[in-house]
Design a protein around this ligand. Structure first.
Ligand code: MF3
Ligand code: CO
Ligand code: CO
Length: 259
């Protein structure tokens, strides 16, 4: 069942989203070669709690940390470790979910570690573009398949693989709610998009082929061909008219909606 949020609930999700934005913005600034993924986990966990929120990935289905930190061929759900040091030339996706006053926000960015190749830079840029292509389809009256198709079309136009095994999702009091928001699919298909719907659009894009497998840690998802992957996510709210609000990007205005 897809839950529709009222304005009071949306205001709470906005507060959660804005806090998560601030946490991730600060996190981007500390990433450098030599630090460990556990260092990043500790920083994020502290920032979330300072903001009066709870890191909801910790303990989710038994997940052991407050962030997912996925490096290079790791697509998602990389478990932070004091033994994994960031190396110059890598890319790392930091995916964080928090709850503030019982309402969830979920966002992810992929960052370079020091200097990276032009190919990896392009992969990161196109993955973010995929998010924007998808998010702008999240308007009253469209269907979820319109979002999915927009993401897929853009990624594949660049020769990249769209990871199929994981999807975006509704979000609210729970981290994962209906509907599922795949990054591939057919325009005009799927659930009707309505005002007050809140969901995460989160392209997970591989430079090579899209097939993935899970490591023996029971979490980390890796590309089969070991090509690098990028992940970019925001929590968005569908508005009665026009383009969606990006709850995890305070102050953002779509170009066509600027005064
Ligand atoms: N933040 C993830 C998402 O985008 C979920 C993380 S899985 C967890 O849906 F186990 F780490 F919580
Ligand atoms: Co996430
Ligand atoms: Co998500």
């Amino acid at each position: 069942m897809i839950s529709i949020k009222n304005p009071i609930q949306l205001a709470k999700m906005r507060s959660a989203g804005h806090l998560l934005h601030d946490v991730l913005a600060a996190t981007k600034e500390i990433i450098r070669p030599g630090m460990t993924t556990m260092d990043i986990n500790a920083f994020v966990d502290e920032q979330i709690r300072k903001g009066g929120a709870i890191p909801t990935e910790l303990g989710y289905c038994g997940y052991p940390a407050s962030i997912c930190a996925s490096i290079d061929d790791e697509v998602v759900h990389g478990i932070p470790s004091p033994h994994v040091e960031l190396k110059e030339g890598s890319i790392i996706s930091i995916d964080v979910t928090l709850a503030l006053d019982g309402w969830q926000a979920d966002s992810c960015f992929t960052s370079p570690v020091g200097r990276i190749s032009a190919e990896k830079q392009r992969l990161m840029e196109v993955t973010e573009e995929c998010f924007w292509k998808g998010a702008r389809m999240a308007v009253n009256g469209n269907r979820i398949g319109d979002v999915s198709a927009a993401v897929q079309t853009h990624a594949e136009a660049h020769g990249y693989g769209v990871v199929r095994d994981l999807t975006g999702h509704g979000i609210g009091k729970e981290m994962h709610e209906d509907p599922s928001v795949p990054n591939f699919g057919m325009a005009g298909h799927g659930s009707r998009i309505r005002p007050g719907m809140t969901f995460c659009v989160e392209p997970m894009i591989a430079m090579g082929r899209w097939q993935v497998h899970q490591l023996s840690d029971g979490w980390t998802i890796v590309t089969n061909d070991h090509s690098p992957a990028a992940h970019y996510e925001h929590t968005i709210a569908v508005t009665p008219k026009g383009l969606p609000e990006i709850l995890t990007l305070p102050g953002f205005k779509w170009k066509e909606e600027e005064a």
